[in-house]
Design a protein around this ligand. Structure first.
Ligand SMILES: C[S@@+](CC[C@H](N)C(=O)[O-])C[C@H]1O[C@@H](n2cnc3c(N)ncnc32)[C@H](O)[C@@H]1O
Length: 294
C-alpha cells in the first residue's frame, strides 16, 4: 500500500492508495475475460488499479487481495457488474462513423421497404450501446427516412450493454450540450435544452419522447452462449465493442450474432475492427459491413 496526498485538500486529507500486485491483476484479468470476454493487456494494470481504488474503499475492502478473493468465490453478481462498469470504456457519440448511417438510409432501408417490410416491423439492434447515442442515432435516421406521419407503435431499436451506469444515462436520454456537435442540424429539433445538474450550470439536452420511445434498453452480456431473443434482426450494430475482446471471443461472438441476424440482414462493426473477408456466416460487403445471405 502506498500513501498519497489529496492535492485538493492541500495535504490535509491523506488517502491510502491500494496497490494491485501483478498476481492480483492476472487473477482479475482472468475473471473479467471469462465472464465478459474483455481482455486487459499487461499495460492496463495501473489503469485498473486507479479506476478500482475508490470502488474498493466504498465496498469496505482494505486490499485488492481480499477483493479478488471474494470475486473468485462468486461473492455476488453485483460486484462483478460494478467491476466491469468501472473498467469498460463507454465512450460514444452521435453519428459516430457516419457512413454507416448514410448506408442505412441510402441502401438498407430502401431495400427493406422494397421487400415489403413495414416500419414497425423493423428490428435494429445496437449491441454494446454504451450511453445510447448509437441507438438514438439509428432512431433519428429511421424517423427522418420514414417521416413524421409514421406511428411507431413499439420500439424498433433494441439497445443493450453490460454497463448499468451507461444504460441509466441511455434511458434518460439526457446528454451534455456539446453532444450536439456531431449531430447534423436537421436533427436538432429532436433535442430540447434542460438545465444543468450543477446549480443550473453545464447545460444539457434531452431527446424528445418520440425518439426515445423508438428505443428499448436492456442489460445484456454479449459474452454468453446465447441471447434471450425470440426474433432476429435486420441490422446489428456491434461497433467498437469487439475491439476489447481477444480473437477467439470475437470469432465466437460473430458466429452468435449471425444466428440472430435475419437472412439478408447486416452486421456493422467499428471502423478499426475487422472480421476478415469471410466471417462467421456473414459475407464481406465492404470494410466494417457484413451481410448474411441465407
Ligand atoms: C466504446 S463503447 C462503444 C459504444 C458504441 N457502440 C459506439 O460505437 O459508439 C463499448 C461498449 O461495449 C460494452 N461492452 C463491453 N463488453 C461487453 C459485454 N461483454 N457485453 C455487453 N457489452 C459490453 C461496454 O460496456 C461499452 O459500453
Amino acid at each position: 500500500m502506498t500513501t498519497s496526498v489529496d492535492s485538493k485538500s492541500g495535504g490535509a486529507l491523506r488517502t491510502e492508495l491500494l496497490t494491485l500486485s501483478d498476481e492480483e491483476f492476472v487473477r482479475l484479468r482472468t475473471l473479467i475475460h471469462q465472464r465478459f470476454g474483455i481482455y486487459l493487456a499487461d499495460g492496463k494494470k495501473l489503469l485498473v488499479q486507479g479506476r478500482l481504488n475508490k470502488e474498493l474503499r466504498s465496498q469496505g475492502y482494505e486490499s485488492f487481495a481480499a477483493y479478488v478473493d471474494d470475486l473468485e468465490k462468486g461473492a455476488d453478481a453485483d460486484k462483478l457488474l460494478t467491476l466491469v462498469d468501472r473498467i469498460s470504456t463507454n465512450h460514444s457519440f452521435f453519428f459516430r462513423e457516419e457512413d454507416h448511417f448514410d448506408f442505412l438510409a441510402e441502401s438498407i432501408l430502401p431495400e427493406l421497404v422494397n421487400d415489403g417490410v413495414r416500419p414497425d416491423e423493423l428490428r435494429m439492434w445496437s449491441a454494446g450501446a454504451a450511453d445510447g447515442r448509437e441507438a438514438y442515432t439509428v432512431a433519428l435516421v429511421l424517423r427522418d427516412f420514414f417521416g413524421a406521419s409514421v406511428v411507431w407503435r413499439r420500439p424498433v431499436v433494441l439497445a443493450t450493454d453490460i454497463s448499468v451506469s451507461s444504460l441509466r444515462t441511455a434511458v434518460d436520454g439526457v446528454y451534455p450540450l456539446e453532444a450536439l456537435d456531431t449531430v447534423p442540424a436537421k436533427y436538432h429539433k429532436f433535442f430540447t435544452r434542460v438545465a444543468g445538474a450543477r446549480n443550473g450550470r453545464g447545460e444539457r439536452v434531452r431527446l424528445s419522447d418520440r425518439i426515445r420511445e423508438m428505443v428499448m434498453f436492456k442489460r445484456l452480456n454479449l459474452n454468453q452462449p446465447s441471447y434471450p431473443f425470440k426474433n432476429r434482426f435486420h441490422v446489428i450494430f456491434c461497433r467498437n465493442v469487439m475491439i476489447y475482446f481477444d480473437r477467439e471471443t470475437r470469432e465466437k461472438m460473430a458466429h452468435r450474432l449471425c444466428t440472430y441476424t435475419l437472412p439478408k440482414g447486416y452486421l456493422l462493426i467499428g471502423h478499426s475492427e475487422s472480421l476478415g473477408r469471410s466471417a462467421a456466416g456473414y459475407a464481406y460487403v465492404r470494410p466494417t459491413v457484413y451481410r448474411k445471405w441465407r
